[in-house]
Design a binder for this molecule. Structure first.
Ligand SMILES: [Fe+2]
Length: 292
């Protein structure tokens, strides 16, 4: 597809996103004299520790500690100072690997380079990997990806890479944004054709898990849903993300695991019973078949 055609397709989406931004963020904030955004920004980001286990997970990577961050939405509801504090907190958890599952920006942000540089500077021995989300695609996905790569972040756009720990290799695949399960599946197939069977899949949309489980990929990490942002008390899966069956937390199908993070940022300035999170995941090889 030529750059011109891509631009003409993308512009209406960007305009729609700006209108939504005005309706849900700028307008209510002006009416409230800035109170809504101030209250939202004062909410913290929790560190949520989770352990997941599967017989499919490679024994050589037993105990791998992944720092999973997603959906910063850098912009009006996530100023760079707050984003950098989150990265500092992530670094303090000493992850071996950092997985960023998209929506780094909300619309576009002059501060994105600073955020990517901070992530790249975290001392994670197996590196930092990134896939793009639907919001990253609104303005300049290629520029964002190039900036990340120049800083040393591995950006996966329907492709896979191999990393090694203790002489054993692991294949990590990452896909572009796809709205539907069908499109996600197409992207997963493209990524899997590059570098052998993946052990880990990064996909902004958790709907990619359907194909990942079909293929027996041991672990998929996703974001996008923000956990619905508003959830029932003590029932995180009852939330506003009604188009996603798997909208927050841990899932397992036939030994394939999925973690959907509630993310760091927001697209509207409210979170109820659904805190923003840095997900610290410890992944275990468990020879016993896991209950479904
Ligand atoms: Fe998002």
């Amino acid at each position: 597809m030529s750059p011109t055609r891509r631009r003409t397709r993308r512009l209406p989406k960007y305009r729609r996103a700006r209108i939504r931004h005005f309706l849900f963020i700028v307008g209510p904030n002006r009416v409230s004299g800035g109170r809504i955004t101030r209250r939202h920004l004062a909410q913290g980001v929790v560190v949520r520790e989770s352990e997941m286990a599967s017989p499919r997970w490679p024994e050589a990577f037993d105990g791998l500690r992944i720092g999973h961050v997603s959906d910063f939405h850098l912009g009006a509801l996530m100023p760079i100072d707050k984003a950098l504090e989150v990265v500092e907190c992530l670094a303090a958890q000493q992850p071996e690997l950092i997985a960023c599952t998209g929506d780094m920006v909300d619309l576009d942000s002059p501060d994105i380079g600073q955020l990517l540089a901070a992530l790249a500077a975290v001392d994670a021995p197996l590196g930092c990997l990134l896939v793009l989300g639907n919001h990253d695609e609104l303005h300049d996905p290629d520029g964002l990806a190039q900036c990340a790569r120049e800083l040393g972040i591995t950006v996966l756009r329907n492709e896979a890479v191999s990393i090694a720990r203790g002489g054993t290799a692991m294949v990590i695949a990452g896909i572009e944004w796809g709205r539907s399960a069908v499109l996600c599946a197409r992207h997963v197939d493209m990524a899997c054709g590059d570098g052998g069977d993946p052990h880990l899949l990064l996909a902004h949309n958790p709907k990619a898990f359907l194909r990942a489980a079909d293929l027996g990929i041991p672990l998929t990490l996703s974001g996008h849903t923000h956990g619905g942002q508003i959830a029932m008390k003590k029932r995180p899966n009852t939330n506003l993300s009604i188009t996603h069956r798997r909208s927050i937390g841990r899932f397992q199908t036939d030994g394939s695991m999925l973690y959907v993070t509630s993310g760091i940022g927001a697209w509207f300035p409210l979170r109820v019973n659904c805190p923003a999170e840095i997900a610290m995941l410890t992944i275990r090889h468990d020879p016993a078949p896991a209950p479904e």
